[in-house]
Write a protein that binds this ligand. Structure first.
Ligand code: NAP
Length: 475
C-alpha cells in the first residue's frame, strides 16, 4: 500500500495529538502523523499495532505533506502561540490552493482571527478548532468547536463527526462561525469550567470546615447529587477524587494534595474577553482570582498568622437532609448564574464580531465529550431551541422559576459561609450578580454624579433627552 494516501494529518504527537490521531485511525480513516521529534510519530504507530494500517508516520514535514490526499488537511496539535505560527510558516510553502490548516490547540481566539486573515487571498484555508475533553476525550470522543473557513468545513466534517463524542447519537461537533468563533467558544467553555470547579471546591470547603465531614462522606453526598439536577462529569469526578485513598499514607488523597491550583491561561482569557465586551463574568473572574490566590500559599500562611485572632462566627451548617439540600440547591443556582454569564459573553462576542454564534448548538455540543458535560446543558439547549430570543439565560422562562426558587438557598449558604469565615468567592459573586441583575433601580446614578463632578463626563436625566453636565459645588 505504498501509494495509499492519508485522509487527514496531525502535527504534534503530544498527549492530545497522539490521542486524536488514534481516535481518527480507530474510526477507519487513514491519518498521517508528524512530530518535531520524529521518533514520537513512529512510536504512535509502533505502540498501537491494531491501528497501524491507518497510521502513516512521517520523518519530515515534506513527507507528511506528500502522504496526504488533496485537498490536504493538516491539524496542528502543538502548544498555543508561537509553535502554531512556526509550524504554519514551515508548512505553508509545501501546501497548494484549497489545502486546509487546522489549529486544534487552545489558541487565543485573537491569534486565530489574525491567522485567518493572514491566509485570506492565498488560496489556503484556515480553521481554528477548540477540542475539549482532555486526553480521554481526544482518544474516545471530544467535544469539538469549529470556527473559520466554512467552505472547507465539509472536508473535515466526516472525520470530526465520527471522532466526536455523541450525546444520544448526536455528534458533539459543529461549525460555529468564521475566524475566531470556535476558539472563542472554547475559551468561554474553559472559563465556565473554572467557575464550575471553583464552586464545587467552595462547597467542599463548607463540607470540610463547616460540617467537618470526612472526604468519604462528602463523596457519598456528591454521588447522590450526581443523580439529580447537578448530574455532570465534574460532580462525578469530584466523588471519585474524594473517595480515593493515598497508597503511601493511607490518608484520603485530597488531604495529601497541596492546595495550589494550576492554570494554563484559558480561564483568564475568558475573563479578559468578557470584560472587554462589557459583560462582567464575575463567577469566572472569582474562579480565576481564587486559583491565583491559591498559588500564593506561603503568603496565605503568613496572613493566617497575622489574623489568627480574628474571630469568625460558628458555622451554622448542618449535615442533615435540609442542610445538604440547601447546599445542593445553592450550587445548582450558582451554576445556572455562572453559565448565564458565560453565555452572555458569547452573545456579546457574537454581536461584536458578527459571528452569529448558534448558542443553542453550543449547548448541544457541550452535552458530551467536554469537561463541563452535563444534562443541565440539555436544558440550556432546549431554552435556545424554542424559537424565541433568549436575552440572557436568567430571563429564559425555563430558568426563571429555578433561579427564583433556588436563590434563597444560595443566599443562606453565602451568608452563613461569610459569617463563619469560610470563603465562597464564586458562590457570592453569583449571588451578587443575580441581585444586581434583577434590580431595576441600580446605584450607577451616584457613579455618574461622581464622574461628572471630577471629570465633567456628563450624565443623563430621566426627565430630559441627551447628556447634561451639572455645575457641582467646588470641592
Ligand atoms: P503536549 O503533550 O505538551 O505536546 C505538545 C506537542 O507539541 C509535542 O508533540 C511537542 O513536540 C510539540 N511541540 C512543542 N513545542 C513545539 C514547537 N515549538 N514546534 C513544534 N512542535 C512543538 O501538549 P498537549 O497537552 O497535547 O496540548 C496540545 C494543545 O492542545 C495545546 O494547545 C493545549 O492547550 C491543547 N489542549 C490540551 C488539553 C489537555 O488536556 N492536555 C485539552 C484541550 C486542549 P516534541 O515531542 O518534539 O516536544
Amino acid at each position: 500500500m505504498a501509494d495509499a494516501k492519508a485522509d487527514i494529518g496531525v502535527i504534534g504527537m503530544g498527549t492530545m495529538g497522539a490521542n486524536l490521531a488514534l481516535n481518527i485511525a480507530e474510526k477507519g480513516f487513514k491519518v498521517a502523523v508528524q512530530n518535531r521529534t520524529a521518533e514520537k510519530a513512529f512510536a504512535v504507530k509502533d505502540d498501537n499495532p491494531e491501528l497501524a494500517d491507518n497510521i502513516f508516520p512521517a520523518e519530515s514535514l515534506e513527507d507528511f505533506v506528500k502522504s496526504l490526499k488533496t485537498p490536504r488537511v493538516a491539524i496542528f496539535m502543538v502548544p498555543a502561540g508561537k509553535p502554531v505560527d512556526d509550524e504554519m510558516e514551515k508548512i505553508r510553502p509545501l501546501l497548494e490552493e484549497g489545502d486546509v490548516m487546522v489549529d486544534a490547540g487552545n489558541a487565543d481566539f485573537n491569534d486565530t482571527v489574525r491567522r485567518s486573515q493572514a491566509v485570506e487571498g492565498t488560496g489556503l484555508k484556515f480553521i481554528g478548532m477548540g477540542v475539549s475533553g482532555g486526553e480521554l476525550g481526544a482518544r474516545h470522543g471530544p467535544s469539538i468547536m469549529v470556527g473559520g473557513a466554512k467552505d472547507s468545513y465539509p472536508l473535515i466534517e466526516p472525520v470530526l463527526t465520527k471522532i466526536a463524542a455523541k450525546y444520544k447519537d448526536e455528534p458533539c461537533v459543529a461549525w460555529l462561525g468564521p475566524d475566531g468563533a470556535g476558539h472563542f467558544v472554547k475559551t468561554i467553555h474553559n472559563g465556565i469550567e473554572y467557575a464550575d470547579m471553583q464552586m464545587i471546591a467552595e462547597i467542599y470547603g463548607i463540607m470540610r470546615d463547616g460540617l467537618k465531614l470526612e472526604p468519604s462522606k462528602m463523596a457519598e453526598i456528591f454521588r447522590d447529587w450526581n443523580t439529580r439536577e447537578l448530574a455532570s462529569y465534574l460532580i462525578e469526578i469530584t466523588a471519585v477524587n474524594l473517595d480515593e485513598i493515598d497508597p503511601k499514607t493511607d490518608k484520603p488523597m485530597v488531604e495529601v494534595i497541596v492546595d495550589e491550583a494550576g492554570q494554563k491561561g484559558t480561564g483568564r482569557w475568558a475573563v479578559i474577553e468578557a470584560e472587554k465586551l462589557g459583560v462582567g463574568a464575575t463567577t469566572l473572574e472569582a474562579a480565576v482570582a481564587a486559583r491565583g490566590l491559591s498559588s500564593r500559599r506561603a503568603e496565605r500562611a503568613d496572613a493566617a498568622k497575622l489574623y489568627d485572632k480574628v474571630e469568625a462566627g460558628q458555622p451554622q451548617f448542618f449535615a442533615d437532609e435540609p442542610g445538604l439540600s440547601e447546599l445542593e440547591s445553592a450550587l445548582v443556582t450558582a451554576k445556572i448564574i455562572a453559565y448565564a454569564q458565560g453565555y452572555a459573553a458569547m452573545a456579546a462576542a457574537s454581536d461584536e464580531n458578527s459571528w452569529n454564534l448558534p448558542l443553542g448548538t453550543i449547548a448541544e455540543i457541550w452535552r458530551a465529550g467536554c469537561i463541563i458535560r452535563s444534562h443541565f446543558l440539555d436544558d440550556i439547549a432546549k431554552a435556545y431551541d424554542k424559537g424565541h430570543t433568549v436575552v440572557n439565560i436568567l430571563q429564559s422562562p425555563d430558568f426563571v422559576g429555578r433561579v427564583a426558587k433556588g436563590q434563597s438557598a444560595l443566599r443562606r449558604v453565602v451568608a452563613k459561609a461569610s459569617l463563619a469565615g469560610i470563603p465562597v468567592p464564586a458562590l457570592s459573586a453569583a449571588l451578587a450578580y443575580f441581585d444586581d441583575y434583577r434590580r431595576e433601580r441600580g446605584t450607577a446614578n451616584l457613579i455618574q454624579a461622581q464622574r461628572d463632578l471630577f471629570g465633567a463626563h456628563t450624565f443623563h436625566r430621566f426627565d430630559t433627552d441627551g447628556a447634561v453636565h451639572h455645575k457641582w459645588p467646588a470641592v
